[in-house]
Design a protein around this ligand. Structure first.
Ligand code: KG4
Ligand code: ZN
Length: 349
């Protein structure tokens, strides 16, 4: 089963072909970092036009690299949401056009589901498993019960952790994309233990009974801290302390979720915690989750870095899973700027 996957929901144009044997036959990503850098963030209209500029060529190249023609595809998968609507429409319409022209099944992929299923492209991780989804637009802990069946356990009350990274980086004068640049800056901190004394931050909502995230307070705390800095050499200390509290925050909630998972799914003898989305590329966060997972007797799975940030392979793999589950979409499917995972069950798409 060969599936073409198209990802255009944010600032990466991703095209890949993946088969049901977990082989990635081609995997191409064009990042628009340069187009948006001058504005310090993603400009939706520019993103949509850039997807339009690159997509045809990428699809052609991906097909050549995989040595396939369209007749050898078993389905076309495209992200239909959630995301920046202009870009989503570009990828979705390209996918629908190929599906229609070649009479192939069209697979409407939810971008969040694609992130949550990505680790299964690497390894056959059995359902149910726990997912910590950490990206630029989303931060949530959910249980993946099956393809199309998710329970949201910990949402965010305000911002996503990636957005928090990006805003904090901007405040520290770092270029877009903020997350990776902030990680680099934090790694230059010469005395990590002093960082926490100089810039103390606490885990948001630590004493709340609500299993939820909140990052807006941290953003404000970073802004206040930046205003106290007079010497640029202090910035690595701030970056280190900030990154550290984010890692602790994610580990703290993951720890609670693992305890609840043990109670709710006692039959799962190989419990796994999956971390996915762009922020899962962060090594401090991975290490802190690894420790918490081990303490709880869970295996942590994090996709290879190239599959953490947005890419076509995760969409193509989600397409494999959707097709196997018989979840083929109608060509009337609309692009969705918002598309919570909980709604998949009802719509069947
Ligand atoms: O999943 P993704 O590529 O796009 C969305 O669906 O949002 O995630 C992008 C986010 C951005 O906020 C980016 O700054 C963050 O992931 N990110 C990182 C790192 N690499 C990417 N954050 C922290 N550390 C990193 N190494
Ligand atoms: Zn994403």
């Amino acid at each position: 089963m060969n599936i073409l996957g198209i990802e255009t929901s944010c600032d990466e144009t991703g095209v890949a072909i993946v088969n049901d044997q977990r082989e990635v036959l081609s995997h191409l990503v064009v990042s628009q970092i340069k187009d948006h850098q001058v504005y310090g963030g993603v400009v939706p209209e520019i993103a949509a036009r850039a997807h339009l500029d690159h997509l045809d060529t990428l699809i052609r190249l991906a097909m050549t690299e995989a040595k396939l023609d369209f007749s050898q595809l078993d389905g076309i998968a495209a992200t239909c949401g959630p995301g920046l609507i202009g870009g989503v429409m570009v990828g979705m319409m390209a996918g629908k056009a190929i599906a229609l022209a070649h009479n192939k099944p069209f697979l409407a992929v939810n971008h969040l589901e694609a992130h949550a299923l990505t680790p299964r492209l690497i390894k056959d991780i059995p359902f149910p498993y726990l997912v910590l989804l950490v990206s630029g637009g989303h931060t949530q802990i959910l249980v993946a019960e099956n393809v199309g069946h998710y329970h949201l356990w910990a949402p965010t009350r305000d911002d996503a952790v990636g957005e928090c990274f990006d805003k904090a980086a901007k405040l520290m004068g770092l270029p877009y994309p903020g997350g990776p640049n902030l990680e680099k800056l934090a790694s230059t901190c010469s005395h990590p233990h002093i960082a926490h004394i100089k810039f103390p931050f606490s885990i948001p909502m630590q004493h709340s009974k609500d299993m939820a995230f909140s990052f807006s307070g941290l953003k404000t705390a970073v802004r206040n801290a930046v205003h106290t800095i007079t010497d640029k050499n202090e910035l690595p200390f701030l970056a280190h302390s900030f990154q550290d509290v984010l890692a602790k925050t994610l580990a703290f909630r993951a720890d609670q979720a693992m305890a609840r998972f043990r109670q709710d799914y006692p039959e799962q003898t190989q419990p796994a915690l999956i971390v996915c989305g762009g922020v899962s590329a962060n090594m401090t966060i991975r290490e802190s989750l690894e420790k918490t997972a081990q303490t709880n007797g869970f295996t942590l799975f994090a996709p290879p870095l190239e599959y953490c940030t947005d890419n076509g392979a995760m969409v193509a793999w989600a397409g494999v899973e959707l097709l196997k589950a018989g979840r083929i979409s109608s060509l009337n499917m609309k692009a969705r700027p918002r598309w919570p995972l909980a709604e998949l069950k009802d719509t069947g798409t």
